[in-house]
Design a binder for this molecule. Structure first.
Ligand code: GDP
Ligand code: IMO
Ligand code: MG
Length: 427
């Protein structure tokens, strides 16, 4: 059996956690391949609600092995508290595997994230403040600390020294902060070593052997396509590759093993943090989407910016990820609008543009060109099949499918596992 990728097709918070959890019961492994605890994935099982930040959503499915791949950045204190929080609620987390090559978010990476944002002032990115960017920067600069370094005190000390050398200059001379002591950091990190030891393994080998044995591996993306460091709205992006290629580099599984790439797509659009957002609404409709959709960040508690569906972005996500399917979420939130605007193209400097412009300047100037689709007023939260949906809701889904370039194989009509219409099976 093959590997599948499930990723965000917009700016994150599309409902990846719910979608992953839905498939979790039928797959053998769920793998996070990038990002860290900047993610906030909400999973609702019966009357229980879980907010996962670092752990793959598959952790809630007893038969499934959750894996934190080499491409993830791990804050050990967050990981351990997430694990103990789940244990207290009766969730067995003993199967978790963590790549020894995953990089560690150190306390100084969190400090640097926060002071940098403050320094940027109005040019700030609006990061989650979790140390994600600085940790990936250290990885690329080859001064990162990896999980495996926790098991060699001498190497760990040398690496922390190397990393802090430059950072302490920056913190004291540029940011006017106190220097961070090497010993204090090493001691804190060593304190995590024994607690993490049972989980640390060669995840590349495990996953490839599993695929050879016909096991099913599901890759769960954090963030979303437009937050990708290469393909997103740079510089207003995260520092990793949530797009499909990231699943390979972030796990050590080759692209020939992946047979399906599922884009999670919200029936409207949201974004947290700074950056361009052509269909953003500043009126009562935006407020209503935020209220009805419960659009408040799981990680930072910030209100999400809300806007209408943007088909230009969806088409772009299909292209850069090679999407085979979409999972359309939160269709129920649109119930009650008489007409629903959908952005089908942009107008940039008086010209109609059908595809996402590669120029940041153009994207900042893009004005949405809307097509109005008729709405519906019936409650759709109990719909079990496509034909249960009101005709106008069916037409809305079909129109989005047509514009977005890949089949919509499932539709979310509520936050719960069972509040899903399955059209084509993913497995
Ligand atoms: P993620 O980061 O992509 O996992 O998404 P979040 O969990 O941050 O945000 C999605 C929110 O929408 C969560 O509160 C989910 O419980 C909720 N949700 C997911 N799918 C649906 C759906 O189809 N309908 C409704 N009403 N809520 C949904
Ligand atoms: P999930 O997985 C939405 C955004 C931040 C900020 C930018 C960079 O729940 O969809 P970072 O801390 O990553 O350096 O911040 O990326 N961001 C997210 N937005 N959902 C997320 O995750 C996000 N993770 C990061 O708001 O604009
Ligand atoms: Mg989220």
């Amino acid at each position: 059996m093959p590997a599948l990728v499930l990723l965000g097709a917009q700016w994150g918070d599309e409902g990846k956690g719910k979608a992953t959890d839905l498939l979790g019961g039928s797959v053998d492994y769920v793998v996070r391949y990038q990002g860290g605890n900047n993610a906030g994935h909400t999973v609702v099982v019966g009357d229980q609600k879980y907010a996962l930040h670092l752990l793959p959503s598959g952790i809630l499915s007893p038969g499934c092995t959750p894996v934190i791949g080499n491409g993830v950045v791990v804050d050990p204190s967050v990981l351990l508290s997430e694990l103990s929080g789940l244990n207290e609620r009766g969730v067995d987390t003993s199967k978790l595997l963590i790549s020894g090559n995953a990089h560690i978010i150190t306390p100084y990476n969190v400090t640097v994230d926060k002071v940098t944002e403050r320094f940027l002032g109005k040019r700030k990115i609006g990061t989650t403040g979790r140390g994600i960017g600085p940790t990936y920067a250290d990885k690329i600069n080859r001064v990162g600390i990896r999980v495996q370094d926790l098991y060699d005190e001498s190497i760990l000390t040398q690496k922390v020294e190397a990393a802090l050398d430059v950072k302490n200059q920056m913190l004291t001379k540029l940011f006017n902060r106190r220097a961070i002591g090497v010993e204090q950091v090493v001691e804190e990190l060593l304190g995590y070593a024994d607690k993490l030891a049972p989980y640390v393994s060669d995840t590349v080998l495990v996953l490839n052997q599993a695929l050879e044995q016909d096991k099913v591996v599901l890759f769960e993306g954090g963030q979303g396509t437009l937050l990708d460091i290469d393909h997103g709205t740079y510089p207003f992006v995260t520092s990793s590759n949530p797009t499909a290629g990231g699943a390979c580099t972030g796990s050590g599984v080759g692209p020939t093993k992946i047979s399906r790439v599922i884009g999670i797509l919200k029936a409207y659009t949201t974004r947290v943090g700074a950056g361009p957002f052509p269909t953003e609404l500043f009126d009562e409709d935006g407020e209503a989407l935020r209220r009805i959709g419960g659009e408040r960040g799981v990680t930072t508690g910030r209100d999400r910016r809300c806007g209408w569906f943007d088909a230009v972005i969806a088409r772009y996500a299909t292209r850069v990820n090679g999407l085979t399917d979409f999972f359309l979420t939160k269709l129920d939130v649109l119930t009650g609008w008489e007409q629903i605007p959908v952005c089908v193209a942009y107008e940039i400097d008086g010209k109609r543009v059908e595809e996402l412009p590669y120029s940041q300047t153009d994207f900042h100037h893009a004005k949405p060109v809307y097509e109005m689709l008729p709405g519906w007023s019936e409650d759709i939260s109990k719909a079990k099949s496509f034909s249960d949906l009101p005709k106008n809701a069916q037409a809305y889904v079909k129109a989005l499918e047509e514009m977005s370039g890949a089949p919509i194989s499932a539709i979310g009509v509520g936050p719960g596992r069972t509040e899903t219409i399955e059209i084509n099976s993913f497995l």
